[in-house]
Design a protein around this ligand. Sequence first.
Ligand code: CTP
Length: 153
Amino acid sequence: MAKTVITYGTFDMFHIGHLKLLRRLSEMGDKVIVAVSTDEFNELKGKKTLIPYDQRAAIVEAIDCVDLVIPEESWEQKLSDVKRYQVDVFAIGEDWKGKFDFLEELCEVVYLPRTRNISTTELKRSLKRFLSISQDDLRKAFEVLELLRKDLE
Ligand code: CTP
């Protein structure tokens, strides 16, 4: 019988950690369902996303090993999703270890190791660093402006 695996997440600024997780899920079963957190649910979680839900969902849906994308709109939906989609395995990164053990009465619950040194939070930090002007560049810009001002005198 076909084995169904489900996972939940935001998948903002899709990165290699996300891809590796989805690939691992597809090795664990025949059908992979991904519940992508909606913008409203992220707001509730206190998470600010860069990419809107429709685009995050479309990107995850385009990954070859993903069979179905559904919206994640609440904390409570997991129990009903597991029943509705006849899920065999609930799998999620180990950052959630122990948090979803209550699903064990319905399916297998697996916490997977995260890919090291990458996360949406880290990408956002890098982007901030990338966009920030260094003190050195600022000083150079002022020097150029000062030369131009003198030229105009
Ligand atoms: N994940 C992973 N390895 C990473 C980053 C994420 O395996 N390096 C997994 C998470 O454990 C989760 C799924 O990918 O099961 C979706 O995680 P998500 O929270 O969307 O990604 P993060 O990069 O962890 O985002 P953030 O930094 O905003 O928490």
